[in-house]
Write a protein that binds this ligand. Structure first.
Ligand SMILES: Cc1cc2nc3c(=O)[nH]c(=O)nc-3n(C[C@H](O)[C@H](O)[C@H](O)COP(=O)(O)O)c2cc1C
Length: 233
């Protein structure tokens, strides 16, 4: 490549980059905070088979922080322990659990247009997500097939483990990969710390609420999901 053509190449590349940046900015779902008083909803989904336990409690902290972020925010905690989710159906086979499950009842509570943010929480099981969480994420292929029904909803992830460094971060990351595939807008905890989600330790004496560090990450995640959800049009 001659100097001239190399220069042209660089200039053209930069111009192309500008076009991409401009296009993606204008096409972006992110806008200034909505000025209307319309309420928006943030749903937390607990993927623990144990109802009302530590994952649910930590998600409650996220939701409280989200409500405190703005009076426009309403929240709801949904516990998958209340639902039968058959992951096999994602592959089109019933498996031992049969050909019915409760996913069709659950789905509208997530895809409703008023739901602008979803915080998904899972216990850490052997360094990964719970089987219930995986079954839910796989089963959600029907939402992906339904013209990306979760597209542009804001998503944050919380992992709750029995030990401090019990695999919370890798678990969060694995869940995020699935949500990326759904075209969701993934957020972490925001400033000041570069953290990818809420990392909670249920083994703290006195329970999750006494896990000072974990609670800081849970509040930060709830706040961040709220902050971005308010800007998504
Ligand atoms: C099968 C199984 C595997 C687990 N593996 C881990 C693990 O790898 N790391 C960890 O920190 N905790 C692990 N735990 C502990 C749970 O993550 C912890 O008790 C969590 O708080 C449970 O959430 P829940 O109270 O919402 O059910 C495991 C628990 C079970 C039942």
């Amino acid at each position: 490549m001659t100097d001239i053509t190399r220069r042209d190449f660089v200039r053209n590349s930069m111009a192309a980059g500008t076009t991409v940046a401009t296009t993606s900015a204008s096409a972006s779902a992110v806008a200034a905070e909505t000025s209307t008083d319309t309420k928006i909803k943030i749903v937390a989904l607990s993927c623990s088979p144990r109802k009302g336990k530590t994952t649910a409690a930590a998600l409650g902290v996220c939701l409280q922080a989200a409500r405190e972020a703005s009076g426009k925010i309403e929240t709801e905690l949904i516990e998958l322990a209340d639902f039968r989710i058959n992951g096999n159906l994602a592959a089109g086979v019933p498996g031992p659990e049969g050909d019915q499950d409760d996913f069709p009842k659950l789905a509208p509570r997530l895809t409703d247009p008023s739901v602008r943010g979803i915080i998904l929480g899972t216990p850490v099981y052997f360094g990964g997500m719970s089987s219930l969480c995986k079954a839910f994420l796989d089963r959600a292929i029907v939402l992906w097939q339904d013209n990306f029904a979760l597209s542009n909803k804001v998503a944050g992830v919380l992992a709750c483990g029995g030990t401090r460094n019990g695999g919370q971060e890798v678990t969060i990351h694995a869940v995020q990969v699935s949500l990326f595939c759904q075209e969701m807008i993934l957020v972490g905890n925001g400033r000041p710390g570069p953290r990818i989600g809420a990392t909670v330790w249920s083994g703290a004496e006195g329970g999750v609420s006494k896990d000072e560090f974990g609670m800081t990450t849970a509040k930060a995640l709830g706040r961040r999901v709220a902050e971005v959800a308010l800007r998504v049009v």
